[in-house]
Write a protein that binds this ligand. Structure first.
Ligand code: FAD
Length: 291
């Protein structure tokens, strides 16, 4: 295997992101087991190519020029329950973790059913919903560096704060994680999941491609409220639009480019800063070759 034949060449990232936006990855590999994940990292390193680990692609704005190097799509999905602990592979959808926990009668992980993406993405970004975040339910995570060396990080080691962790901006890969629930009953867990899903569907523009909240909420306020108060709800820039349903969502209304979405984000930031003196910090991660 050579760098030239490794994976699929020039794979459009728009096929792998919830926004349906993003140019080509030089090479694209999909892994479905721990061995595959470790092997893909090892081969990429041998060729000295940059690595980007992709989970569900639900918190990403990938540049129109795409991503240089190798994108490893993590589709290794496993989750098991032992007592009150759920151990999950990093490629497992968070919704799968919630379902496995609910089936075992564990409570406290229902919110995970409503957050798209994988365990790896949630551990990396401290995903959360309905008043609970990853930091509240994680016990520890097995991590790996690009040389394949693995270690276990405790919750404290992961440096969690609102939608951030010590993993961001590092090349460290999440291999698996353990979460804790509390013993309850399956019917309660299933009912809570349904209620949360209904609440989401009523408030969020789930029918249009999006990436969840585009900005973090500033302390004591809501990004959506500020963007709406700045008169930008429904504002369009090319195919990118501030959602009519929830102003902290930017949707791909019609073949938007990544540049249009980024420019609309900048417009929201500028208007909110000028009117209210608040700096909106992106929650979505901008990745790839922008200039
Ligand atoms: C409709 C919708 C609703 C959403 N609602 C919420 C919400 O309520 N709360 C919330 O927090 N988020 C929400 N999001 C955003 C998103 O679901 C979360 O940020 C999610 O955790 C991202 O996971 P992912 O697997 O898709 O990560 P990706 O988008 O694929 O990647 C995000 C980052 O994580 C890194 N990453 C992924 N896997 C690994 C790994 N194994 N090891 C190391 N790094 C890794 C990537 O390299 C990248 O830097 C929503 C998104 C959508 C589309």
């Amino acid at each position: 295997m050579t760098a030239q034949t490794y994976g699929v060449r020039n794979e459009p990232m728009s096929r792998h992101t919830s926004l349906h936006v993003g140019g080509p990855a030089d090479s694209f590999v999909r892994v479905a087991s721990e061995d595959d994940l470790r092997g893909a990292v090892a081969v990429t390193r041998q060729h000295e190519l940059p690595i980007f680990v992709l989970g569900g692609g639900t918190n990403l704005l990938v540049a129109d020029r795409g991503i240089r190097g190798v994108v490893i799509e993590n589709a290794w999905s496993e989750a098991t329950v032992d007592g009150e602990t759920v151990t999950a592979a990093s490629g497992a959808p968070t919704a799968h973790v919630a379902a496995v926990a609910a089936r075992a009668g564990l409570l406290g992980l229902e919110w995970m059913a409503t957050v798209p993406g994988t365990v790896g993405g949630a551990v990396h970004g401290n995903a959360g919903a309905f008043g609970t975040e990853t930091a509240d339910v994680i016990l520890d995570a097995e991590l790996m560096d690009l040389n394949g060396d693995a270690w276990t990080a405790s919750r404290a080691d992961l440096g969690y704060a609102y939608r951030t962790s010590a993993l961001q901006g590092t090349p460290v890969i999440v291999v698996r994680a353990r979460f804790h629930g509390t013993q309850g009953d399956r019917d309660t867990a299933v009912r809570r999941i349904k209620d949360m899903a209904n609440e989401r569907a009523a408030k969020q523009p789930l029918a249009q491609p999006n990436t969840g909240s585009i900005f973090r909420n500033p302390p004591g306020d809501f990004a959506g409220r500020l963007i709406e108060a700045a008169g930008l709800k429904g504002h369009r820039l090319g195919g990118a639009m501030v959602s009519e349903k929830h102003a902290n969502f930017i949707v791909n209304a019609a073949d938007a480019t990544a540049a249009q979405i980024r420019d609309l984000m900048r417009l929201c930031q500028r208007e909110v800063r000028e009117r209210f003196g608040v700096d909106l910090v992106p929650e979505v991660e901008l990745v790839g070759q922008w200039e």
